[in-house]
Design a binder for this molecule. Structure first.
Ligand code: ADE
Length: 233
């Protein structure tokens, strides 16, 4: 799997690339590559954005700059690129990321491309003509798409074989198909009792079928209750 990120701030990803699961992913053959559109532009003073037509605050990423960057990376007209590759504009109003969307992206064998907006975002023609998707990590506005891109990379990479330590850890986790989309069941470890708070007996029983049944029931309860936590001790 290859995840390409087009960003005006590639240095932000230095820290991300150093993290253990991302390094594991790289060793397993998956790659996160960053490209700076500024390196591809032929505009005066390598300008990548401009003021919005019609007036208003902020700056907008230019369609010609994004075209040059995508052509530079893929040696192809970006209008054709999006017919065979997921090219995704990161924007607060896009399709909201959830586990099913992450699964969809992780299954893209050719790889995916993430375009990070800055300032007021993209010239709409970038989205209309070069992108297959718009993706939001939630209904709030970040200063740019970089943190959103890292969220997508993290969520996708951990689904891929070789990234997590234990082969099963991404199978039976919150919102997975194995849990019918419910949140994960509670976990406990030593000590078996702390301040009188005991680990449920069933987990100490060694009866795997009962443990599975208990976990499934707790998971379903959490799904029904949303993610509210009781605050009574
Ligand atoms: N860019 C700015 N805010 C964003 C968000 N919430 N999701 C994705 N990209 C963004």
């Amino acid at each position: 799997m290859e995840i390409d990120v087009l960003t005006l701030f590639p240095e932000w990803f230095g820290w991300f690339d150093e993290q253990r699961h991302v390094r594991n992913a790289a060793e397993a053959g998956h790659r996160v590559r960053t490209f700076n559109p500024r390196d591809y532009t032929t505009t005066t003073a390598r300008q990548v954005d401009d003021t919005p037509y019609g007036g208003g605050a902020g700056m907008v990423l230019r369609v010609d700059v994004m075209e040059q960057a995508l052509r530079g990376v893929y040696a192809e007209d970006p209008v054709d690129l999006r017919t065979h590759r997921r090219v995704i504009a990161l924007t607060p109003g896009g399709r909201v990321l959830d586990d099913a969307y992450v699964d969809e992206l992780a299954a893209e064998e050719e790889g995916i491309t993430l375009l990070c907006g800055r300032y007021e975002g993209f010239d709409e023609r970038i989205v209309q003509h070069f992108c297959s998707d718009t993706l939001s990590i939630g209904r709030y506005v970040l200063a740019g798409g970089e943190l959103a891109a890292m969220v997508v990379c993290d969520a996708v990479l951990r689904k891929l074989p070789g990234t997590l330590g234990h082969a099963d850890s991404a199978v039976e986790e919150s919102f997975s198909v194995a849990l019918d989309g419910d949140p994960e069941y509670p976990h406990y470890t030593r000590p078996a009792e702390h301040r009188g708070w005991k680990v449920p007996d069933v987990l100490l029983s060694g009866h795997h079928a009962e443990i599975d049944g208990w976990r499934r029931a707790r998971s379903r309860e959490r799904g029904d209750a949303g993610s509210r936590l009781g605050r009574d001790g």
